[in-house]
Design a protein around this ligand. Structure first.
Ligand SMILES: Cc1cc2nc3c(=O)[nH]c(=O)nc-3n(C[C@H](O)[C@H](O)[C@H](O)COP(=O)(O)OP(=O)(O)OC[C@H]3O[C@@H](n4cnc5c(N)ncnc54)[C@H](O)[C@@H]3O)c2cc1C
Length: 303
């Protein structure tokens, strides 16, 4: 089947793009594995009119908005490969092959957590990474800051807005600059450099961190560094330019070096942001993609 656009990924970026394509009357297929990054959480904050919404409810409403438009269809499958033959994209899922004039990749980020026993039991409930998303709910709690390197003091400063009871865990990184040591010391913030053995707690509520040197430190929550990238295997056949950090090289509106292939949301940023940022970006990129189609069609329009 041939579509004006195939959107890969049905998070806020992909679904808001689909809503705009639907209103632009473009034949649109969303292919979505339905494993958004925030599936580990119970509530999402910071989205006007949706503050405190359940992620599943947010997605249900977003899908319903986009699917109101007759040209938009949604398929819950996983994209395994994209190829470009001439001007046409071939998109293969586990079960089917589709063709499209344009492709929008809105598959979010590949997220890798620190390899620490028990991390996933607490992630999204009392361990987070984003102070803007979850700092408010964790305010005035005793918080572990599981960061090292340059990001460590940045996160300490950011989290000091929410709690003055902070304790740093570098998880094995012994090398802390003198300047950082002085800064943390002056603020009375303890730093533990031993490797973390495991997280302790019940029902998603973190209560302590056990170190490999057998010390156990009480905490009520944590913010930890996650690792993100966009090295999706399904893009391997396309030679898309990336910068030295692995971020796709695009113009302001998500156009990649492969003509007709665009990226939006966290895939474009190569960094964690928020639902509203991804949704807004998906909408902007969709309109620019449509403008490209409209201009090409206008040139061919004969009376
Ligand atoms: C713990 C946690 C808490 C958060 N809290 C908040 C909060 O309170 N407020 C807030 O605004 N944001 C929050 N976020 C961030 C928010 O989840 C992201 O900003 C947002 O989901 C990014 O949207 P996206 O559309 O770019 O990607 P995603 O929402 O990740 O959507 C990508 C979609 O693409 C699909 N996909 C991936 N690969 C394929 C493939 N090959 N084929 C088909 N489909 C594919 C995925 O399954 C997924 O459905 C939180 C995130 C986490 C992890």
């Amino acid at each position: 089947m041939y579509y004006d656009v195939i959107i890969i990924g049905g998070g806020p970026a992909g679904l808001n793009a689909a809503l705009n394509f639907g209103r632009g009357m473009k034949r649109t297929l969303i292919i979505d594995e339905d494993k958004p990054r925030n599936r580990v959480t119970q509530m999402s904050h910071g989205y006007l009119t949706q503050d405190g919404v359940k992620p599943t409810e947010f997605k249900r409403k977003a899908k319903a908005d986009a699917l109101k438009y007759k040209d938009v269809t949604y398929l819950k499958e996983y994209v395994e490969l994209i190829e470009k033959v001439g001007k046409v994209f071939k998109i293969k899922t586990q079960f089917q092959t589709f063709q499209a004039r344009q492709v929008l990749v809105a598959t979010g980020l590949r997220e890798q957590a620190p390899n620490i026993t028990g991390f996933n039991e607490f992630y999204g409930q009392s361990i987070f990474y984003c102070p803007w998303c979850d700092g408010y709910e964790m305010h005035n709690k005793r918080l572990a800051v599981i960061f090292s390197g340059e990001m460590m003091t940045h996160m300490v400063k950011l989290l000091s807005n929410f709690s003055k009871d902070l304790v740093v865990f570098t998880n094995g990184e012994e090398d802390i600059s003198k300047k950082d040591k002085v800064l943390l010391d002056n603020k009375g913030i303890d730093v533990y450099t031993a490797t973390i053995a495991r997280f302790i707690g019940k029902n998603g509520q973190l209560s302590a961190i056990e170190l490999n040197n057998e010390q156990t430190i009480s905490v009520e929550g944590a913010f930890a560094r996650m690792h993100w990238d966009t090295q999706f295997d399904f893009l391997n056949q396309l030679n898309i330019s990336r910068d030295e950090n692995g971020k796709f090289e695009t113009d302001l509106y998500g156009a990649t070096s492969v003509e007709g292939l665009y990226v939006a949301g966290e895939t474009k940023d190569n960094f964690g942001s928020q639902l509203l940022d991804s949704a807004a970006n998906g909408g902007v990129v969709a309109k620019v993609m449509m403008m490209k189609q409209i201009e090409e069609d206008f040139d061919l329009w004969e009376i």
